[in-house]
Design a protein around this ligand. Structure first.
Ligand SMILES: Cc1ncc(COP(=O)(O)O)c(C=O)c1O
Length: 425
């Protein structure tokens, strides 16, 4: 019985919004019904500070099994020897990695936010930029990670950690090259694969685990699970800083990371979300998920070509993954205006700074477009043409309310062919 109609009416309104619209926010996806069902269950009532088999509360025998299942499945997906499934989000996962590796004031090197990096990679507005000394590499004029700059800065600055990974970068990463420079300067390599994790899980992109000491991710983007974070190691190793446990043994990196999640940065884990992570990881281990991953990349490439055909300027001229970044300056439209106008036509995406942007982050010169969510709804290459047609029509008639209203109606009827959660009525 749902008595709180105020809240449940709003949740239903959000369901209708998701159903009727075209979701192109690159960091969003639609979980399966069973992932959502697992989230709304009784483990939410349970306190379980600690880890399976070593908790600070009684009655944890069942949530121990749930959490262990999530860990085991995740280890299998990425062929890892250790995983922590407790981080409440991607930012929390990254916070724990910093805490495990860095002391306040120490130096790390990450991709600049304005070049596609994430806030937690050293933005002055974020704990990572406030607590540690963040230095940054960027991308070249062609929109590709500037590995030469990364190498020069690493040699000059000798950071303790080098972060690779991004929020708005459409190309694959050369993890091997980053590891080589990290070894030369004595740095830890930390890959934040929040965006492409699902494609890496499907073996469709370079494997960061071969070369990076520590890997973190969100679970709700291309991995298509509940909102949350994870941290993984393919090979555990003794910490190189001589940190010992109370018995005088050198701590393994896994032990430092576990301690950094709990009690370092979090209290009780969200066992209902961990149950949903376990369900999602089970789905990722099926062949269907590989088919999904392949379709995501094919759709992104089809969409990229459709944009290029219509004269849009794609950063790096295309994509290897699930997203693309479009510079709208040649169309004389800001990212902000594009986002707001497309919203009116039920097309959601986000404004995004493009490399070397001359506009503020609140305005921006670009948009980021991603296909994981529309691919989950069953769209294929031909539909990518249609989506680009809708977007182009809106952007080319940006102040024409009548055309925008026509596209909005067309979008709504087009989306009827791609049902979302029909079980929810
Ligand atoms: C690369 C990267 N890392 C971390 C995060 C943070 O994840 P969350 O929003 O779950 O804290 C994001 C989210 O967009 C991201 O893109």
């Amino acid at each position: 019985m749902q008595n709180d109609t105020l809240v449940f009416d709003l949740i239903n309104k959000e369901l209708q919004r998701q159903r009727n619209g075209i979701e192109l926010i690159a960091s969003e996806n639609f979980t399966s019904m069973q992932v959502m069902q697992a989230m709304g269950t009784v483990p939410t009532n349970k306190y379980a500070e600690g880890y399976p088999g070593k908790r600070y509360y009684g009655g944890c025998e069942v949530v121990d099994e749930i959490e262990q299942l999530a860990i085991d499945r995740l280890k299998k997906i990425f062929n890892c020897s250790w995983a922590n499934v407790q981080p409440h989000s991607g930012a929390q996962a990254n916070g724990a990695v910093y805490l495990a590796v860095m002391k306040p004031g120490e130096k790390f090197l990450g991709l600049d936010l304005s070049m596609g990096g994430h806030l937690t990679h050293g933005s002055p507005a974020n704990f990572s930029g406030k607590t540690y000394q963040a230095i940054h590499y960027g991308v070249t004029k062609d929109g590709l990670v500037d590995y030469e700059q990364l190498e020069t800065k690493a040699r000059a600055e000798k950071p303790k950690m080098i972060i690779c990974g991004a929020s708005a970068y459409s190309r694959d990463w050369d993890y091997k090259r980053i590891r080589a420079i990290a070894d030369e300067v004595g740095a830890i390599v930390f890959a934040d694969i929040a965006h492409p994790a699902g494609l890496i899980a499907s073996g469709l992109l370079n494997d960061p685990f071969d070369h990076c000491h520590i890997v973190s991710s969100t679970t709700h983007k291309t991995l298509r699970g509940p909102r949350g974070g994870i941290i993984m190691l393919r090979h555990d190793f003794e910490n190189p800083w001589g940190i010992k446990d109370p018995k005088g043994n050198l701590r393994m990196m896994s032990s430092l990371l576990d301690l950094a999640v709990f009690p370092g940065t979090q209290g009780g884990p969200l066992e209902h979300v961990i149950a949903a992570k376990a369900v999602a990881f089970g789905e990722i281990l099926t062949d269907d998920f590989k088919v999904y991953g392949k379709q995501v990349i094919s759709n992104a490439q089809a969409m990229a070509s459709a944009f290029v055909k219509r004269g849009y300027n794609l950063i790096s001229n295309g994509t290897d993954n699930h997203l693309m970044l479009i510079d709208l300056r040649n169309k004389n439209i800001t990212g902000k205006k594009a986002q707001e106008t497309l919203d009116k036509a039920h097309i959601t995406l986000n404004k995004n700074a493009v490399p070397f942007d001359d506009k503020s982050p609140f305005v921006t010169s670009g948009i980021r477009v991603g296909v994981p969510a529309v691919t989950t709804r069953g769209m294929q290459e031909t539909q990518m043409e249609t989506l680009v047609d809708f977007i182009d029509k809106v952007l080319m008639h940006i102040d024409d309310e009548k055309t925008i209203a026509t596209v909005a109606a067309d979008v709504k009827s087009f989306m009827k062919d791609f049902p979302l959660y029909p079980q929810l009525g």
